[in-house]
Design a protein around this ligand. Sequence first.
Ligand code: ADP
Length: 419
Amino acid sequence: MLLGCIADDFTGATDLANTLTRRGMHTVQTIGLPRGDVPAADAIVVALKSRTIPAADAVAQSIAACRWLKANGARQIFFKYCSTFDSTDAGNIGPVADALLDELGAGFTIACPAFPENKRTIYLGHLFVANELLSDSSMRNHPLTPMRDANLVRVLGRQTPHKVGLVSYAEVKRGSLAIADRFAALQAEGVRHAIVDAVADVDLENIGAACMSLPLVTGGSGVALGLPANFVRTGRLKQRDGARPLAKAGGLAAVLAGSCSAATLAQVAAMRARAPAFALDPMSLHADRGTAVAEVLAWAASRLERGPILIHSTAEPEAVSRAQAVLGREAAGALVEESIAAIARDLVARGVRRLVVAGGETSGAVVSALGVTALEIGPQIAPGVPATLSYGEPRLALALKSGNFGGPEFFTEALEALK
Ligand code: ADP
């Protein structure tokens, strides 16, 4: 193994695995800390579900993953989080990055969530989503990590006691040597974390090259674009072609959506117009979860054989706020996630082998409930979302989608890709 990666959610992990695969690294994603034999790979991405858990737990899980990766040969560690920097002032990006630096005996790293292909860019430390500041985008209403400040130097500064600096676009556009010089200068000034501006893939490639000797790199999947080339340059990695097609899983198909992000809202609306769809109501789940889940499963059982179905808790921000006001933000999230996970288990027992899941936390809950331990990465369906195939039996074709990824027809495209 050359690159050891720790991702704070499952769809983020597949997004990163997708990037590394496309850039010629044979990549395997494990669900949680690797158990048993892990297939040989150039890069292993350990998918944690640590984005919104208490910071101390996120640190403990990330350190355990880091130790496993180092013990299994990783030469560099990559900590992957969301391209919209999803976190709160309590964590978990700052605490985990600090703990990993300590673990690796390092004093400096970067924080670069930019993902231009998905319209996330950073300029003067400010994160933009398409044409808006992060704080004006729909991320301001995220159910778990509302992002209301676009200045990442400030956001990360509230999550770490250490100094946070900036490598501005003026330096980034001068290329990898200038960027590396700036890293050294910031480190000499006592900066431990540097937000790095990036507006295009070429910036990320240069930033990646400048990170060659850093023990720890942190960011979105975008900045990982430039990392495989470092291993090619040192002769450790043979350049390969991108993803290979996956074996067929066959079987019945379903879409489970637990994301309330804007892109998922549009995808749910598009699929509702042409396939059987069931809207889960958090209040009914709260009143009597057993009965509510049984009702969905009976509904699904009578339709599955005829074609793909959609089950979603996806709802407009006002409806989410109403449920949260009664149940509490975390409790509503956990209730919906556990219910969708239970539904997924039953669907697989009924012969579903092709599953599209929308939502990072939701995907984590589903894949864990299904007992999946590792994923093979296949061709890309949409930027940041590859087709995957689980190891172990039964083999499941899975598309795990971060809430805001994919166009309005993503569900149809994914079902076509998961043959
Ligand atoms: P995304 O990738 O869009 O961030 P996630 O699955 O990570 O999606 O997060 C969405 C969170 O919102 C989950 O915890 C989910 O259970 C919760 N959730 C989903 N639907 C509802 C709803 N109708 N009301 C309240 N919370 C919800």
